[in-house]
Design a protein around this ligand. Structure first.
Ligand SMILES: [Cu+2]
Length: 134
């Protein structure tokens, strides 16, 4: 019984490390669904060029919007949030985007949101963690 528990906890540790926001990546592959980012948390190296491969598997337009440092879009994304957008890409339903952006040079946590009306309130949010390069 103890052995089974040990193996189970090993498996859980493996799963957690595989999907955690641990290792920085220069490629973000994300599914935009109604109404989630899958996955929703990414870690990227500061100042590097990041490739975003986004597929909209939902029925409505979605956006992948990174907010500037120290800003969040609050409950609803509206006009006052526009100046706080660091970078964004819009993807039509059934469509894909393959684009690049330069990661912020300041390490920290950046809010990821979808700015299509009502999606942020529906929980379409995530986090981009920027870590210092090696
Ligand atoms: Cu959306």
């Amino acid at each position: 019984m103890k052995k089974i528990l040990f193996i189970l906890s090993l498996c859980i540790a493996l799963v957690l490390s595989a999907c955690g926001s641990g290792k920085p990546t220069t490629t973000i592959s994300v599914n935009l669904t109604d109404f989630q980012f899958q996955p929703a948390n990414f870690t990227v190296p500061a100042g590097e060029e990041i490739t975003v491969n986004a597929a909209n598997t939902g029925a409505v337009v979605h956006n992948f919007v990174i907010m500037k440092a120290e800003t969040t879009a609050g409950e609803l994304f509206d006009d006052e949030d526009l100046p706080n957008v660091y970078w964004e890409v819009e993807v039509n339903p059934g469509g894909e985007a393959h684009v690049t952006f330069t990661a912020p040079s300041d390490p920290g946590e950046y809010q990821l949101v979808c700015r299509t009306q009502g999606h942020l309130a529906a929980g379409m949010t995530g986090t981009i963690t920027v870590v210092a390069g090696e």
